[in-house]
Design a protein around this ligand. Structure first.
Ligand code: ADP
Ligand code: TZD
Ligand code: MG
Length: 590
């Protein structure tokens, strides 16, 4: 009995004693459950339709989307929020490719995710005989994933899932691809043998303790700083050691800047938060301590005008990934390890007689913060109609302050940059956005995952263009009756709605949409609440009502067409040429 039985033997046994058998479908479900996976984000179809049904029958939550990219973004966001791999499941070739963008996004953001895709049979695919949805998916996934595996035999499903879970979580987290040929799911094996073949991964997030000399070196560099700065990144939010990070930041007494998804790890209203003095602290600081943040494009690689004089700063960095060090600037004191272990070791090493930075520095930063906050305050109170970003987002800032457990999802250009700087976040992991790639379309997948994984109210602040990348998923929001309130910052286009066709033809400009579109009516089509507002008071009332009811709601917020800026805050990244500037006088106005 067992492993030496052929599939024919097992088929015969299935006639008389099916309860003694299991199959690929159920082994996969059991292996995922054994490793703590409770939810699958998927789009059904051959060969995984029944896998979804059986998973639901076996007590898993299976959330079906309208497009795999959004199921994938949901899985990626779930990975960030829970520190467990978010699982997305797709059909072969086109469904797989739709999900692959999200897998690459998870890998780029260092979030644990597993993309499970059904695939066609190797024998046909490898000879390119033209199978249904034929594609060598494993090869295509590999460059976009932290790891990629294919399971060919039912007895290896336990192994395959264990490898995927460990690869997604251990060290720097990332996306893992798991290729599941259709025939595998139908393979039958003895139930007891099958159960024995499953592996529950032991310690998938092992502690990674920094070397004592590395800790001493870091303390030495930090203690010499006159104008220190901490930058907290989303790796620190992901690490889920919130009290320890807060304790470290408060003990050191340095001003800090949170990267966008690290906002709320310490509240944005914390006295050491230097967000409103960002230019000052980046330029003037003499020592920068990075905690779970990379010196990538989002920090202009640690160089250029924003960073002041070249070579004038020393950098200390905590990261779990050794090769992250020196990727952009010399790291004088690398602390390789997990943030919990590193922060704990540092706190122990600095002891109780730590000398906080000079008042001259911290006082100057606080004064700048206060002046900028005061300068901004009246703009956030305007009641203009149509709205501008300040008046509308000022309202949302108040409502998030009153409801700090709400998870804010945010995408767009101006809608993103303005909301990031205006809306304070008060608790850890309460902000999800476009991440390291600045990708549009993460909104609905992230909002759905946030609602499912946390059970909290979600507020999705969406540029009208950003929303267009994922808008069909409002049907998913309504179908699962999720407490998601979507505010469309509707300025009739990408960056602005007032662009013109520079050739003078009848076609609209490349960046504008249908004028005065009523996105709220889309929501009504699916039974959700749709509201249309054109002033901040009405916006406040509509969002309050959505929070109170918890019903799926979409608010079409009318923003002045000319309120935004080209590319939001990153217009400088657009290539330009003197020829083009001379040829198109309009370009100068942008
Ligand atoms: P941000 O975009 O917020 O600046 P990044 O995504 O650039 O953040 O950086 C996050 C960093 O955090 C990555 O380099 C990643 O390796 C690191 N990281 C993730 N989890 C941990 C952890 N538990 N301990 C230490 N570093 C971590
Ligand atoms: N495609 C993808 C997947 N990601 C992108 N970042 C873009 C295209 C380019 N892009 C941006 O970087 S922002 C943006 C696009 C298309 C939309 C900005 O318009 P919006 O926001 O309506 O969402 P505002 O408020 O009008 O600026
Ligand atoms: Mg727009």
């Amino acid at each position: 009995m067992g492993l030496d039985e052929t599939q024919d033997d097992l088929a015969a046994r299935a006639e008389t004693a099916p309860e003694t058998l299991t199959d690929g479908f159920h082994l996969l479900i059991d292996a995922l459950k054994l490793n703590g996976v409770e939810t699958i984000y998927n789009v059904p179809g051959i060969p995984i339709t029944d896998l979804g049904r059986y998973a639901q029958a076996q007590g898993m939550r299976v959330i079906s989307f309208r497009h795999e990219q959004h199921a994938g973004y949901a899985a990626a966001a779930a990975g960030f929020l829970t520190k467990k791999p978010g699982v997305c499941m797709t059909v072969s070739a086109p469904g797989f490719l739709n999900g692959l963008t999200a897998l690459a996004h998870a890998t780029t953001n260092c979030w644990p995710m597993i993309l499970i895709s059904g695939s066609s049979e190797r024998e046909v695919v490898d000879l390119q005989r033209g199978d249904y949805e034929e594609m060598d998916q494993l090869a295509i996934a590999r460059p976009h994933a932290k790891a990629a595996y294919r399971i060919l035999e039912a007895k290896d499903i336990g192994l395959g899932v264990a490898r995927a879970v460990r690869a997604a979580l251990t060290g720097r987290p990332g996306g893992v691809y798991l290729d599941v040929p259709g025939a595998l799911l139908g393979q039958v094996m003895d139930a007891v043998e099958g159960q024995k073949s499953l592996i529950e991964v032991v310690d998938p997030n092992p502690k990674s303790v920094p070397a004592p000399e590395a800790v001493a070196r870091a303390v030495d560099v930090l203690s010499k700083a006159e104008k220190p700065l901490i930058i907290i990144g989303k790796g620190a939010a992901y690490a889920q050691c919130d009290d320890l990070v807060r304790n470290l930041v408060e003990t050191l007494g340095f001003p800090y800047l949170p990267m966008s998804m690290a906002k709320g790890l310490l509240p944005d209203t914390h006295p050491q938060c230097a967000s409103a003095a960002r230019s000052l602290v980046l330029k003037e600081s003499d020592c920068v301590f990075l905690i779970g943040a990379r010196l990538n494009w989002l920090l202009s690689h640690g160089e250029g005008k924003a960073w002041g004089e070249k070579g004038a700063k020393s950098f200390v960095q905590i990261d779990i990934e050794p090769t992250e060090m020196d990727s952009n600037q010399k790291i004088s004191a690398p602390l390789i390890g997990d943030i919990e272990s590193c922060a704990g070791a540092l706190l122990e090493a600095i002891g109780s007689d730590w000398k906080k930075p000079p008042e001259e520095w911290t006082g100057a930063v606080s004064a700048k913060v206060q002046a900028n906050v005061e300068r901004m305050a009246p703009k956030l109170r305007n009641n203009n109609s149509p709205m501008d970003y300040q008046g509308s987002l000022g309202v949302l800032k108040d409502l998030i302050a009153e409801n700090p457990d709400v998870v804010l999802v945010n995408e767009g250009a101006n809608a993103l940059d303005q909301a990031r700087s205006i809306i304070d976040i008060h608790k850890p992991r309460k902000r999800l956005d476009v991440g390291t790639w600045g990708i549009m379309g993460i909104g609905m997948g992230s909002a759905i995952a946030a609602a499912i994984e946390t059970g909290n109210q979600v507020l999705a602040v969406e540029g009208d263009s950003a929303f267009g990348f994922c808008g069909m998923e409002i049907e998913t929001v309504c179908r699962y009756n999720l407490p998601v309130c979507i505010v469309i910052m509707n300025n009739n286009g990408i960056y602005r709605g007032d662009g013109e066709n520079w050739g003078g033809g009848d076609d609209p400009s490349t960046t504008v949409f249908v004028k005065d579109a009523r996105y709220d009516l889309m929501m009504q089509a699916f039974g959700g609440e749709g509201r249309h507002v054109d002033n901040p008071d009405a916006l406040r009332a509509a969002v309050k009502e959505a929070f109170a009811s918890g019903k799926p709601t979409l608010i079409n917020a009318v923003i002045a067409e000319g309120a935004g800026r080209e590319s939001g805050n990153i217009g400088n990244l657009n290539p330009s040429s003197v020829v083009a500037q001379a040829r198109y006088p309009q370009a100068k106005k942008i």
